[in-house]
Design a protein around this ligand. Structure first.
Ligand code: THU
Length: 297
C-alpha cells in the first residue's frame, strides 16, 4: 500500500513504519491484490476539528476521519470489488486511490493512555479502522459493525497487535505476506530483480525493506539490509525471523546480508518465498563459522 503522508505535527517515526506495516496487512487480510494508495494526514486537534465541522457538520475534534473515494454497493467490500478498484486507478501512482484519512496525533496519545496500551497499538488501530472504512466497511448497523470489528481484529492480529495478545508474534504466513508487499516498493530498474523483506523483532514490531539500486551499481542496498538498518535505527535490538520475497527464484540472502544479519541476530530464522514456494533455514546454517562480534571479544 502506498501511504501518501501529510504530517502537520510532531510524531514518533516508529509510528509511521508501524502504520505502513498495518496498511499492507489490511490489504492482505481483505484479499486485495491490486496496488492501492491512501493519503494519510497526521495533525493536531484544531485541524481535525475544522475538517469535522466543515465536512460533517460536527463541531468537535475526533480521533480519525475517513473519506472514501470508492463507492461500494451495500455489503460489498474492497476484496470483492475489483472492477470498482480498477476504476479508481491513479495513473501517476499506478495504484488505486482508496481515499483520505485524517488522524489526530493528540488523540492517539490520549487514547493510548486511557486504554492502557501503547501509542503504537493505538496508531495501528486508528489507521486500520480508517482503512476499513476506505475498503467499504461501516458500523452504522449491528451486522456491519460486527464484520468491521472482525476485520479490524484480523488485521491487527496479523501484525501481532490484537487486543488480547499485544505481545504475540505474527505468524510466518503474515510475515511472508509483509515481505511480498514490501517488494512492491523495490527500486530495481537495473537488475529488474525486485526483492522485499520483513524483519520480525522480539518485541513484535515488523520492519519492512526493499532492494534499492543505484546507477553506480555498487551502491545497491539489498532488501534485508534495508529492513535491518531501519530496525536498528529505530532502536530494535532483538530479532526472531526475517522473511524475504522475490518473484522467480529463491531469494536466499547474499553474502553481505548474511554478514549483516549475523552481526545482530546470529540465530535468526530466514524464510524465503518465490513463485508460491516457501523455504526456511537458520542463519547459522547459511553462514557457518561466521565472523562476528564474538570473534573480537
Ligand atoms: N538482492 C536483495 O535485495 N537481496 C539479496 O539477498 C540478493 C540480491 C537484490 C540486490 C539487487 O538489487 C538485485 O537483488 C539483484 O542482485
Amino acid at each position: 500500500m502506498i501511504l501518501l503522508w501529510e504530517i502537520d505535527t510532531q510524531v514518533d517515526p516508529s509510528l509511521l513504519s508501524l502504520m505502513q506495516t498495518a496498511a499492507d496487512a489490511a490489504l492482505h487480510a481483505e484479499g486485495v491484490t491490486r496496488s492501492c494508495a491512501v493519503s494519510v494526514r497526521l495533525c493536531e486537534d484544531e485541524a481535525i476539528h475544522e475538517i469535522n465541522r466543515e465536512f460533517r457538520g460536527v463541531d468537535r475534534a475526533t480521533d480519525v476521519l475517513s473519506f472514501p473515494m470508492v463507492n461500494y454497493p451495500k455489503g460489498i467490500t474492497a476484496g470483492r470489488a475489483d472492477k470498482l478498484l480498477r476504476r479508481a486507478l491513479d495513473d501517476e501512482l499506478n495504484a488505486c486511490m482508496l481515499g483520505d484519512l485524517i488522524i489526530s496525533v493528540p488523540h492517539i496519545l490520549a487514547q493510548a493512555a486511557e486504554y492502557g496500551h501503547s501509542p503504537q497499538r493505538e496508531a495501528a488501530y486508528l489507521l486500520v479502522h480508517g482503512i476499513c472504512h476506505l475498503m467499504g466497511y461501516d458500523h452504522m448497523v449491528d451486522d456491519e459493525k460486527r464484520s468491521m470489528r472482525v476485520m479490524e481484529e484480523k488485521i491487527l492480529a496479523s501484525i501481532g497487535m490484537s487486543r488480547e495478545e499485544q505481545t504475540g508474534l505474527i505468524s510466518d504466513e503474515a510475515l511472508l505476506a509483509l515481505a511480498v508487499s514490501a517488494r512492491e516498493r523495490s527500486y530495481s530498474p537495473y537488475s529488474g530483480y525486485a526483492v522485499g523483506a520483513a524483519l520480525l523483532c522480539a518485541d513484535g514490531r515488523v520492519f519492512q525493506g526493499c532492494n534499492i539500486e543505484n546507477a553506480s551499481f555498487g551502491l545497491t542496498n539489498c532488501a534485508e539490509r534495508t529492513a535491518m538498518f531501519k530496525a536498528i535505527s529505530e532502536g530494535a535490538d532483538e530479532f526472531v525471523a526475517i522473511a524475504i520475497a522475490a518473484e522467480k527464484s529463491a531469494p536466499w540472502p547474499c553474502g553481505a546480508c548474511r554478514q549483516v544479519l549475523n552481526e545482530f541476530a546470529p540465530d535468526i530464522r530466514v524464510l524465503v518465498t518465490w513463485d508460491g514456494n516457501v523455504d526456511e533455514a537458520p542463519l547459522s546454517e547459511l553462514l557457518p563459522h561466521g565472523f562476528g562480534p564474538k570473534s573480537l571479544a
